[in-house]
Design a protein around this ligand. Structure first.
Ligand SMILES: [Zn+2]
Length: 263
């Protein structure tokens, strides 16, 4: 690989970890209803403000051996993991879409999905403050993505929101229980806005596959508490990212095996 390319990818990875460090703040503060800009990061245990030189993504956590510098409270390894994950996704998006405005759009989408995933895992909610503006931002971003006509984005909002709403209503009608949360419906509307209506059913399909593969072992080990459903948001996020990177290739492959040659 040319050295220029290596340096660019490294720079974008570091940029991604810095954004990831901000995403950690969002994951922690949005469900608590706190501001994500003020005050500066502090230790959740002792409240000591984190000094600027202790605020390097990943490296600080390693240097501090995963402990707060003043009270030695453990800093969960999830913090550096979210930073590394963001860095890797940023590099992956750049690798796939190159120096193009769409790369910025998909960085934004990836960042939103990381925040949604970890908040949903922690609290079983998908905050409206992300998904609702996300629907509008996703639609506006379609003007930066040449292969996503704004009409496809608009229909994506309706199909994304509508399809899960129908599933949720049918489930409630049949079981008299509330299954899917309203948060999932708004999230899928947001994904339809960012990726177009064509993405909606592949995303549902991919996320159901992942959900089944992970959900069944989890339910078996948890046993009795079958009422407690797994949050579906993280699976939708994984499904959407899978679609973003490999969706077109999988769909092409599917048609190539299901249509006879020359047919
Ligand atoms: Zn502390």
């Amino acid at each position: 690989m040319p050295i220029f390319l290596v340096l660019t990818l490294l720079f974008v990875f570091i940029f991604g970890t810095i954004i990831g460090s901000f995403l950690n703040v969002c994951i922690y503060r949005i469900p608590a209803g706190q501001s994500i800009v003020r005050p500066a990061s502090r230790c959740p245990q002792c409240g000591t403000a984190i000094r600027w030189y202790q605020n390097f993504p990943v490296l600080s956590w390693v240097a501090l051996k995963g402990k707060c510098a003043s009270c030695k409270a453990a800093i969960p390894w999830r913090y550096p993991m979210v930073e590394i994950l963001t860095g890797l996704l940023f590099v992956g998006v750049l690798w796939k879409f190159g120096l193009h405005p769409a790369t910025l759009v998909y960085w934004l989408l990836a960042a939103a999905l990381i925040v949604i995933t970890f908040i949903d895992l922690d609290h079983q909610i998908i905050p409206d403050v992300i998904s609702l503006p996300g629907i509008v931002v996703g639609f506006l971003c379609s003007f930066l993505v040449p292969w996503l006509p704004w009409v496809d984005s608009l229909i994506g909002i309706v199909v994304g929101g509508g399809s899960l709403l129908l599933v949720a209503l049918a489930y409630e009608f049949l079981t008299k229980k509330e299954g899917m949360g309203g948060g999932d419906i708004k999230l899928l509307a947001m994904l339809g806005a960012f990726l177009g209506w064509q993405a909606v059913f592949p995303i549902i399909f991919f996320s159901s596959l992942v959900g089944t593969a992970i959900g069944i072992p989890v339910m078996i080990t948890r046993k009795a508490d079958s009422k407690l459903a797994l949050p579906f948001g993280p699976f939708l996020a994984v499904g959407a990212l899978f679609y973003l990177f490999w969706g077109q290739a999988v769909i092409r492959w599917y048609w190539s095996i299901s249509l006879p040659a020359g047919g």
